[in-house]
Design a protein around this ligand. Structure first.
Ligand code: PLP
Length: 405
């Protein structure tokens, strides 16, 4: 069903060499590689159709406007949102969360209110809330996790109270790979009439994400992590919230009537899309989602489960290696340190072998504090990675250890 070698042929960069060695690309949580169909969709748009959208009466503008709105429908299908109007295009997960933190907070967050995040969030789902709390006089609370990387969700019941205005949680940790029980969190939050925002940056590339099944109020993800271009992202929001929330930015495209005495706003989603949107990025996202659909997300997930099992077996038997996170449900993201070897040194030596991993805090400093470390090495896999590449990494790590022995 899923032929990884054929899939790899669709990604031109995967046949390249780095430092004279075949590229092993294990930095997919940072950004994923692009299939030829995405690259070609962008080239085709610029070569044959390019024009700004929503403002022109001419043919090219009509084509690009239609392609942009088609992309919105495709995203709606990808996350099973009930309506196209609930899909807002942004620059990425970061902007999507900032949009909610600013717009939602200015309407609903007051002095004494509370927002709940978790200790395993990416900075994108911490800092915007800190800023919103600072502006409003609300306070930020955080749900801890255990050493295996499981959220202590039993504590959420105690944390939720009449002053809680929002719960914001990552679907999948970008460091530990943990898949968080967002559906349970949604129902618990809703019992207290509190909305839930899900950061799906690391789940969207690996599993079916269904906003109706989760029953989240907001959900954010980035195009560049699901094999589309950089600079395009998505915010899903339930209509009842989007209609009530004030605009995030002002400018062209988000207005009804503009007079010097005052302005009326367009309906969602346009209310939240001020200025020329990234219509080229939206078209690339549309092509990327078509590509994923052509493989089948279930097939991608099955292949990645095989990779996960192999990686865990490989790392389990590794003396002098500490793996962070051991959740029962996980995506193929693995963070670790080698005893006595700085993560940065390990990453640099692996790079010389053509193996691209990420080192540092991965924009998750509170998570690093939990383990009392300054950073680690992260190998994050995607649909086009192979069991053989995992063996190359293991061999590479042994060489790193040998160099420091
Ligand atoms: N949330 C998570 C869990 C992430 O892993 C990332 C990026 O790595 C982000 C948010 C931010 O995504 P972007 O930089 O595409 O806005």
């Amino acid at each position: 069903m899923f032929d990884v070698e054929r899939v790899r042929e669709d990604f031109p960069i995967l046949s390249s060499e780095v430092h004279g060695r075949p590229l092993v690309y294990f930095d997919n949580s940072a950004t994923s590689q692009k299939p030829r169909c995405v690259i070609e969709a962008v080239t085709d748009l610029y070569t044959n159709h390019n024009s700004n959208i929503h403002r022109g009466v001419h043919e090219l503008s009509g084509r690009c406007s239609a392609a942009y709105e088609d992309a919105r429908s495709k995203v709606r299908g990808f996350i099973n949102a009930p309506r196209d109007e609930e899909v807002i295009f942004t620059r990425g997960t970061t902007e999507s969360i900032n949009l909610v933190a600013q717009s939602f907070a200015s309407a609903y967050l007051e002095r004494g209110d509370e927002v709940i995040v978790t200790d395993m969030e990416h900075h994108s789902n911490i800092v915007p809330w800190q800023m919103a709390c600072e502006r409003s006089g609300a306070s930020l609370r955080s749900m801890p996790f255990d050493d295996d990387g499981n959220l202590e969700t039993h504590l959420l019941e105690e944390m939720l109270n009449p002053r809680t205005r929002m719960v914001a949680v990552s679907h999948v940790s970008n460091v530990l790979g943990t898949v968080n029980p967002v559906k349970d969190i949604a129902s618990l939050a809703h019992e207290h009439d509190v909305p839930l925002l899900v950061d799906a940056a690391q789940s969207a590339p690996h599993m079916k994400v269904d906003v109706q099944d989760i029953d989240c109020d907001f959900l954010a993800f980035s195009g560049h992590k699901v094999h589309a271009e950089t600079g395009i992202g998505v915010l899903y929001g339930k209509s009842e919230w989007l209609e009530d929330m004030p605009p995030y930015q002002g400018g062209g495209g988000m207005v009804g009537i503009v007079k010097m005495g005052g302005t009326t706003y367009a309906e969602p989603p346009l209310k939240f899309e001020a200025g020329t949107p990234n219509y080229v990025g939206a078209v690339s996202l549309s092509a990327a989602l078509d590509y994923i659909a052509s493989l089948g997300m279930e097939n991608v997930a099955k292949h990645e489960a095989v990779l996960t099992e192999h990686m865990l077996e490989s790392l389990a038997g590794f003396e002098g290696l500490t793996l962070y996170g051991n959740a029962p449900l996980r995506c193929p993201v693995f963070s670790f340190n080698l005893d006595g070897i700085h993560h940065y040194d390990a990453g640099q030596i692996l790079d010389k072998m053509g193996i691209a991993v990420r080192t540092g805090t991965h924009c998750a400093e509170p998570l690093m504090d939990h383990y009392g470390i300054t950073g680690n090495v992260r190998a994050s896999l995607a649909m086009y990675n192979t069991v053989e590449e995992i063996d190359i990494l293991a061999e590479g790590l042994r060489k790193v250890q040998g160099l420091f022995a």
